[in-house]
Design a binder for this molecule. Structure first.
Ligand SMILES: [Zn+2]
Length: 94
């Protein structure tokens, strides 16, 4: 296994667990990504930590994304937003 400080993170391993919350009839996808060479976990950027069925959240270390999902409802976005960002500024620095 390569040491993280010597790795350029070229290859990845992703794990997705889809959970059905029977009590409330909701679905959640839990996603983790790591470098397959050095095993460094990747953080999800721009998503707040916590838990919600209304929108995506991350674990407290930002390394697991929990995204509420549902079977495709056949709707298309009426409007999309694309933003540029400064990679030197993390969302948690604001
Ligand atoms: Zn790596």
């Amino acid at each position: 296994m390569r040491k993280p400080e010597n790795c350029e993170h070229h290859h990845f391993h992703a794990r997705v667990d889809v959970n059905r919350i029977i009590d409330i009839g909701k679905f959640v996808a839990d996603i983790k990504i790591e470098c397959s060479e050095c095993k460094t976990p990747f953080e999800f950027i721009g998503v707040p930590a916590g838990h919600s069925y209304a929108g995506p959240r991350t674990s407290i270390d930002f390394c697991q994304l929990s995204a509420p999902i549902q079977p495709f409802a056949g709707k298309l976005a009426a409007r999309s937003v694309f933003e540029a960002y400064d990679p030197a500024v993390r969302p948690t620095d604001a």
